[in-house]
Design a protein around this ligand. Structure first.
Ligand code: NAP
Length: 406
């Protein structure tokens, strides 16, 4: 990579989450530790974002997501591009292609496994050749899950000399709303899956993001509504598990099976004990099922899309972001039967306030902390950013990783 003007370009600075990122970057990095700029498809909107965030003299780069030449001109000016231009399956292809070809490092907030797999298949060889390090899923999906497992496994190895072959993550608390951009990504994924039987099958494969020939065959559990005696709570399926579990399994594969070839990972919402916990679990499970069925049926999808769910550009209010939080518990068991447990918490709402800080710190880590000899290719947060990212998240992004007694 040759010398560039910027360490990081925030592409999609005008998005709901991009505006939060821009304000956070200003707070964190305006002292000069990181040279950064904002980018998007509209100069007028970028100027508005800059004015709203109180930035003066920030450089602005205009590039439409379909304009390859403009994206290349942008990439040539920076070490890292972080992108919030989504749904990525609709607008993200060309930027990943250009980053892979030009050796520009890249990170994003996608949670769309079908698109990630398409990008890996198309561009991994080019990225390996150019040295571009591509890191998807740097928001609430999937940093807390991927880094939480990494943190717990490191402790298991230190304490018991072996990694856990099973980890269950339980969402103890989650408070925050969804934005129109996230809903648009979910709707697009359901539309694609309904139209394509192969994709539908692929979305059910927990190892779909692992490299070809991974050889994993451990049957992963399907979370049901049931009482989890280990965690002492009723549990229900967790909507983000679909992407998080795949990222965690890819981390295992990319780290030379450091979690073992029989590693099992599951995520669930914990809804509490007794009758109330059971009712909450039933409501969570049925609510999620109803949403998925609704999104798959065109007239109901139309109703949800146009009348009920938030539109692109909408999202939780500043007060909801500030008052949001999450609290995740990871329970691990080694093949020898030893147990280890940790908790990952975050301030702010998971999808926006916290996600903005996680993506910004992931980009900073990619620009500044990853050793020069690390190869190009499609990495996961845990495998390329590892402990350096945990340090950044704890120091400046409101996350806390803590071991607990079992
Ligand atoms: N992983 C997570 O935890 C997480 C959390 C939050 C969001 N997300 C994802 O992040 C993405 C952004 O979410 P959001 O709610 O902030 O979305 P949003 O407000 O709807 O913003 C979409 C962005 O894409 C830009 N865009 C659309 N078409 C473009 C094109 N042709 N060229 C250049 N830019 C284009 C828009 O630019 P204009 O402003 O000019 O229209 C806008 O900046 C979504 O994919 C969402 O699913 C993930």
């Amino acid at each position: 990579m040759t010398d560039t003007n910027f360490d990081i370009i925030v592409y999609g600075a005008t998005s709901f989450v991009g505006q939060i990122i821009t304000r956070y970057m200003h707070e964190q990095f305006s002292g000069g530790s990181i040279k950064w700029a904002i980018a998007g498809r509209s100069q007028t909107k970028l100027q508005q974002v800059s004015d709203d965030a109180g930035l003066s003299g920030i450089e602005m780069i205009v590039a439409d997501a379909s304009d390859e030449a403009a994206l290349l001109a942008m990439c040539e000016q920076t070490t890292v591009v972080m992108s919030t231009v989504g749904p990525y399956a609709l607008y993200g292809d060309t930027l990943v292609q250009v980053c892979a070809a030009s050796g520009t490092h890249y990170c994003d907030l996608t949670g769309e496994p079908q698109w990630i797999r398409k990008m890996q298949l198309r561009h991994e060889a080019t990225a390996k050749q150019s040295g571009a390090r591509i890191v998807h899923c740097c928001g609430f999906d999937s940093i807390p899950s991927d880094m939480g497992v990494h943190f717990l496994q490191r402790q298991a190895i230190r304490q018991f000399g072996q990694a856990c072959d099973r980890i269950d993550m339980r969402v103890a608390k989650i408070k925050g709303g969804a934005s129109g951009g996230t809903i648009a990504s979910m709707i697009n994924m359901v539309k694609e899956a309904v139209a394509d039987a192969d994709l539908h099958r692929e979305l059910k494969d927990p190892y779909s993001l692992c490299p070809a020939g991974h050889g994993y065959s451990a049957q992963q559990n399907d979370v049901k509504i049931e009482y989890d005696s280990e965690y002492d709570s009723w549990i229900a399926p967790f909507i983000m598990a679909a992407i998080n579990t795949r990222v965690v399994h890819r981390s295992n594969a990319l780290s030379g099976n450091s979690y073992g070839t029989q590693f099992k990972y599951e995520e669930a919402m914990a809804t509490g004990k007794g009758g109330r916990g059971k009712r909450m679990a039933l409501a969570t499970g049925w609510g999620m099922g109803a949403l998925m069925v609704g999104l798959a049926v065109p007239p109901i999808r139309w109703l949800l899309e146009t009348k009920i769910l938030p539109k692109p550009g909408d999202g939780p209010s500043p007060a909801e972001q500030l008052n949001g939080e999450y609290n995740l518990v990871f329970l691990g068991t080694t093949p020898g039967g030893d147990r280890v447990r940790c908790r990952v918490t975050g301030d702010r709402d998971p999808g926006y306030g916290s996600t903005a800080k996680m993506l910004a710190q992931a980009a900073a880590c990619l620009a500044k902390d990853v050793p020069a000899d690390v190869a190009g290719g499609f990495w996961t947060p845990a495998t390329i950013l590892g402990d350096a990212l945990i340090d950044r998240l704890q120091a400046d992004a409101g996350l806390c990783f803590q071991l607990e007694p079992c």
